[in-house]
Design a protein around this ligand. Structure first.
Ligand code: MRU
Length: 339
C-alpha cells in the first residue's frame, strides 16, 4: 500500500487525495505553511494522517531555522498555524502536543541537535501509527465472522493514517484471515471519501467492495444485506460519544434500529479525556461550495444557502464497542476507555 505521507530528506511528499482515484499525483511540501495548507485543503485528511502531517510540518519548520534566536517564539508561530488547520481531529492536537514536549526537553541543544530530535520524533509518530493500526486491525478482526457484509463510511484506511487504516485495518485483517467478507462503502457526500478513496484502496487489494450512496444504507440494513458496521473516529469524548464524518450518526441510528452491531475503530490518540461528552467536540464547518458542487460543476444555484458541517457526533449509546490498539472497550465507556 502506498503511504499517504512520506518524509524525504528535507521535504514531505503526500499523495494528493483530492485527485484520487482519477489521478495519482504527489505533492511536495518544503515548509510548514505548505503543510498547513495541504491539511486545510484536504490534500491529506483523516485524523491520524493529519496528526502525522502536522508533526512533519513542525519538523520542517525547525529544519529551516537558521539561528537559535527567538526559537521559542518561532516555534509558537508554527504550532499556532498548524493548530488552526482543522479543529475536530484530536490526533492533530495530540501530535502537536507531543512535538511541543520534545522541543521543550531539547531546546537547549545545539540547533542541529534539535533538528535531529524533532525529525526523529515525527518519524516515530508515523511508525507508531502504522503499528497501532495493525493492532487495531487484528483485535477488530476477532469480531468479524466469515460471511459478514460490512458497511463503512468515509475513508478510515491507509490514506487516512500513516498506513493500514483503522476501520479498513479491521477489514484488511479480516480479509487476510481468508474470511468471506464484502464491504459496502457509502459514498460520503460532499467530499466523496467513500466513493473515491475507500473504493480505490480496497480495490487495489482485491477486497470485495460495493459502492452505495449514503441514503441507501437504511434500505439495505432493513433487507438484511448489511450485518456489521465499522467506522473510524475523529475525536472520542470520555463518555464514548464519537465525532466522525458527517453521516456516521445516521448510520449508527439505523444500525441500532435494525439490530446490527456498530463499531468504532480508533487509536487511543483519538480519545480526548479532557472532554466529558460529545457536545463539547468542536465541529468543523467547511466551504459551502463543497455542497453546491460535485467536482467543478454546480449541481444547484451557485448562491443557494448551504450548511456544511464536516462531522457529526454519534452518542455512545449507539456504539456497540470501540476497538483500540489496547483492546475492545464496551459500555460504560467512562470506565472502559480509561482502563
Ligand atoms: O474530513 P476527513 O476526510 O478528514 O474525515 C475523515 C474521517 O471522518 C475519518 O473517518 C476519521 O478521520 C478516521 S480516519 C482513520
Amino acid at each position: 500500500m502506498l503511504p499517504a505521507i512520506e518524509w524525504k530528506k528535507d521535504r514531505i511528499v503526500m499523495i494528493d487525495q483530492r485527485k484520487l482515484p482519477q489521478e495519482e499525483i504527489y505533492l511536495e511540501c518544503i515548509d510548514y505553511e505548505q503543510v498547513a495548507e495541504a491539511i486545510e485543503k484536504m490534500v491529506i485528511r483523516g485524523a491520524p494522517a493529519i496528526g502525522v502531517a502536522a508533526a512533519y510540518g513542525v519538523a520542517l519548520g525547525v529544519l529551516h531555522m537558521e539561528s537559535q534566536e527567538n526559537l521559542s517564539q518561532e516555534l509558537d508561530k508554527i504550532f499556532l498555524r498548524l493548530e488552526q488547520t482543522r479543529p475536530t481531529a484530536r490526533n492533530l492536537f495530540w501530535a502537536l502536543e507531543r512535538m511541543k514536549k520534545i522541543f521543550l526537553n531539547n531546546q537547549k541543544n545545539s540547533l542541529s541537535g534539535l533538528k535531529e530530535v524533532m525529525i526523529r520524533e515525527a518519524k516515530e509518530i508515523e511508525k507508531e501509527d502504522i503499528e497501532t493500526c495493525k493492532k487495531i486491525g487484528s483485535i477488530g478482526a476477532s469480531l468479524v465472522r466469515s460471511g459478514e457484509r460490512i458497511l463503512t463510511h468515509c475513508n478510515a484506511g491507509a490514506l487516512a493514517t500513516a498506513g493500514y487504516g483503522t476501520a479498513l485495518g479491521v477489514i484488511r485483517s479480516s480479509f487476510k484471515k481468508h474470511k468471506d467478507i464484502k464491504v459496502y462503502a457509502s459514498e460520503t457526500r460532499p467530499f466523496l471519501q467513500g466513493a473515491r478513496l475507500t473504493c480505490w484502496e480496497l480495490s487495489k487489494e482485491s477486497i470485495p467492495v460495493v459502492l452505495i450512496t449514503d441514503n441507501m444504507a437504511g434500505y439495505l440494513m432493513n433487507k438484511g444485506e448489511i450485518s456489521f458496521v465499522v467506522t473510524g473516529a475523529d475525536r472520542i469524548a470520555s463518555n464514548g460519544d464519537t465525532a466522525n464524518k458527517i453521516g456516521t450518526y445516521a448510520a449508527a441510528v439505523l444500525a441500532k434500529e435494525n439490530r446490527i452491531p456498530f463499531y468504532v475503530a480508533a487509536p487511543l490518540s483519538t480519545i480526548d479525556f479532557g472532554l466529558e461528552k460529545g457536545s463539547q467536540i468542536p465541529i468543523e464547518e467547511r466551504d459551502p461550495d463543497e455542497v453546491r458542487k460535485i467536482g467543478s460543476s454546480y449541481i444547484t444555484l451557485p448562491d443557494i444557502e448551504v450548511r456544511n458541517p464536516a462531522f457529526d457526533v454519534t452518542p455512545a449509546e449507539y456504539i456497540t464497542a470501540i476497538i483500540t490498539e489496547k483492546g475492545i472497550a464496551r459500555p460504560p465507556y467512562n470506565q472502559s476507555l480509561r482502563k
